[in-house]
Write a protein that binds this ligand. Structure first.
Ligand code: CP
Length: 316
């Protein structure tokens, strides 16, 4: 059971993370049946507080909350009083007055979720749905769920699974949360990126680093491609898009070097033709759509655990 907030993948012990994945599996089985809705969070109010754009995360949190019978308020900074200069504090206190039990926050500033959780502005549980370049813990949980589903369905954890994370590590909150969570679950991680897209201090992380995608691709079980985050790049981090694709993009030639059972992942949204070719994104090895689907079950599990939902049934 987790309590309080979910701000970072580091908040979860290995046991808590595995319990969340088991709960998500159980919820996925229930909601894959004819009755997708459970009464477990009836009477709770969940606010989606999104200061940055999102498709997958916002919609899947909304779907997850509704499948658990919670009331959902969707707040987007665009079109709200934030555009008139309203502060995070005043926005949070407005949500508190409306009776929020959980606030799912996405914000462009690293640390925004923690700031919301640390202040007394609200009493609700805070879930980090992506803060700047810092973390995106529920993405890491759904990625771990997807890897386990495809490669280790009968195992307790992800021991020995070799994961290659390729691309814009520097700006990636997905990479940071995945490094924390997947290594905790026993996976072995290698980062592949040009030196300009690796953060200072990467040598202290529990990962191997390589600049040579071609020499690594045949050795992995999972290749996780990251989006080039052009919106966070004021400077030029590589000579040209063509040069980046040639050295670090996943294309059909590289795809053919993957091991027979290896899988291709991408958190989305994808820049097709830049970090991943259309053929690779749509290949049978791609589990990108499964990642999106699993996001609902994993976020249901997080809401269920944080808000202390009613028991799921005899199997729980
Ligand atoms: N992976 C992810 O966070 O996607 P969205 O930006 O669409 O939510």
């Amino acid at each position: 059971m987790i309590s309080g907030h979910l701000l970072s993948a580091a908040d979860l012990s290995k046991e808590q993370a595995l319990n969340l994945l088991a709960t998500a599996k159980e919820l996925a089985q229930i909601t894959d049946g004819p009755n997708k809705k459970l009464p477990t969070l009836r009477g709770k109010t969940i606010v989606n507080l999104f200061f940055e754009d999102s498709t997958r995360t916002r919609i899947s949190f909304e779907t997850a909350a509704k499948r658990l019978s919670a009331d959902v308020i969707n707040f987007s900074a665009k079109g709200s009083s934030v555009s008139k200069g309203e502060s995070l504090k005043d926005t949070a206190q407005t949500l508190q007055a409306m009776g929020a039990d959980a606030v799912v926050i996405r914000h462009g500033s690293s640390g925004a979720a923690k700031r919301l959780a640390d202040t007394q502005w609200i009493q609700a549980a805070v879930i980090n749905a992506g803060d700047g370049t810092h973390e995106h813990p529920t993405q890491a949980l759904l990625d771990a769920f997807t890897i386990k589903q495809h490669l280790r369905p009968g195992s307790k954890d992800l021991s020995g699974i070799k994961v290659l994370i390729v691309g814009d590590i520097l700006h990636s909150r997905v990479a940071r949360s995945n490094i924390l969570l997947l290594t905790k679950l026993g996976a072995e991680l290698t980062l592949v990126a040009p030196p300009t897209l690796l953060p200072v201090g990467v040598s202290d992380w529990p990962v191997k680093v390589s600049y040579d995608f071609d020499s690594e691709i045949s050795k992995c079980d999972v290749v996780m491609m990251l989006r080039i985050q052009l919106e966070r790049m004021a400077d030029s981090f590589f000579p040209s898009a063509q040069e980046y694709s040639r050295r670090y993009g996943l294309n059909s030639a590289r795809l053919s070097k993957l091991a027979k059972n290896a899988i291709v992942m991408h958190p989305g949204p994808m820049n097709r033709g830049l970090e991943i070719s259309a053929e690779s994104a749509d290949d049978l090895k791609s589990v990108i759509i499964d990642q999106v689907k699993n996001g609902v079950a994993v976020r249901m599990a997080v809401l269920y655990e944080l808000l202390g939902g009613a028991p799921l049934g005899d199997s729980k």
